[in-house]
Structure formats: C-alpha cells, structure tokens
Ligand binder design. Structure first.
Ligand SMILES: [Zn+2]
Length: 183
C-alpha cells in the first residue's frame, strides 16, 4: 500500500469539482474514506486468506468493479441532497476509490492489483513503480524506511496532487465567472 495519509490526498486534489455542492465537506470526507477503504482486505491476513486469493490483499476490494459498485452505493446515500449532480458525485467517489489500486500498482513491493476481479483475478503492476511500498508494521515505519516511503510519495503523489487541485480550481473559478457573466 501507499500510506494512509497519501491515499486521501486524491480526495482533496479532486475536491474543487464538488466544491459548489451544498454538503461538499461531507462528500469530501466520504471520498477520503473511500480512498482507504480497499485496504479493508488486510483483515484477510488474520482470517488466513492467502494474499493471491480474490478476497486476499489487493484482490477484489482494489478492483474497478468494486469501486464502481461501492461508489454508486455511497452516492445513493447522498441522493436526496444532490439535485441532478448524481453523476458528478458518483464519478468523484469512483475516482477516489479506484485511485487506491492505481497508486498501489505504482509501488515497488507486495503483489500486483486485481483490477479486473471478479472477472479475472490476475494481478497487475504498472511497468513504472516509483513508490516505495509502505509497511503495515508501525515500528518499522518509524525509521529510515518510513522517511523513504514519504519521500517517494511526496514526489510522485503529493506534488502532482497539488497541480491537479490548482488546475481543477482554476477551471471551476472560470466556469463560475462565466455563469455570473451570462446571468
Ligand atoms: Zn491497498
């Protein structure tokens, strides 16, 4: 996995897209939770489920199918308050959740991601894997290993996230200005 602080950064980076919704803070918070939800599968280690099993770590909870479904259910939860913005919020939740597996596929350790589960349980990595894999072991994390992990995440995730945030923010401001100008 990438670290638990880095996954939710995606939710912040994409947040200008939902900023105009009345309950955007709650939607942002839910989006942030969805970025870390796939790692719920680490429970499988305790239950004796093998890593490479479809229910194992980086298995179905990291898949595109699971992201589509879970983000749909999360959006239904907000449906009453969305006023025709259902697709926007669904897309926001989906991108947050699917980003988890995409970031994991950039890490240099563990096994690959079952992006296409449950239809195909093959595990995939990207050919380019600049992210240091994060350990679940806290004492090992608070060491030079942890610093290396954070360094690689700052370069490859945090800095790009700032750019995505600024670009989306600019697009949003422009569209608000255009609406005000036309009205
Ligand atoms: Zn993961």
């Amino acid at each position: 996995m990438a670290t638990i602080i880095t996954h939710p950064i995606v939710a912040i980076a994409l947040s200008p897209a939902i900023r105009s919704l009345p309950n955007w803070k709650l939607i942002l918070f839910t989006g942030a939770l969805l970025t870390i939800l796939p790692d719920i599968d680490v429970i499988g280690f305790r239950l004796g489920i093998p890593y490479e099993h479809v229910l194992g770590h980086r298995g179905i909870t990291h898949s595109i199918f699971f992201s589509v479904l879970t983000s749909f259910l999360a959006t239904v939860f907000f449906m009453r308050t969305l006023d025709r913005k259902f697709l926007l919020v669904w897309a926001y939740f989906f991108l947050n959740m699917v980003s988890h597996g995409l970031l994991d596929a950039l890490t240099n350790g563990g096994k690959g991601i079952a992006f296409f589960a449950p239809f195909n349980n093959e595990r995939y990595f990207f050919p380019f894997r600049p992210l240091e894999v994060s350990t679940i072991n806290l004492s090992r994390f608070i060491s030079s290993h942890g610093i290396n992990v954070l360094k690689s995440e700052i370069i490859w995730v945090w800095i790009p996230a700032v750019f995505i945030f600024l670009i989306l923010y600019k697009i949003k401001i422009k569209s608000i200005l255009r609406i005000n100008h036309n009205s």
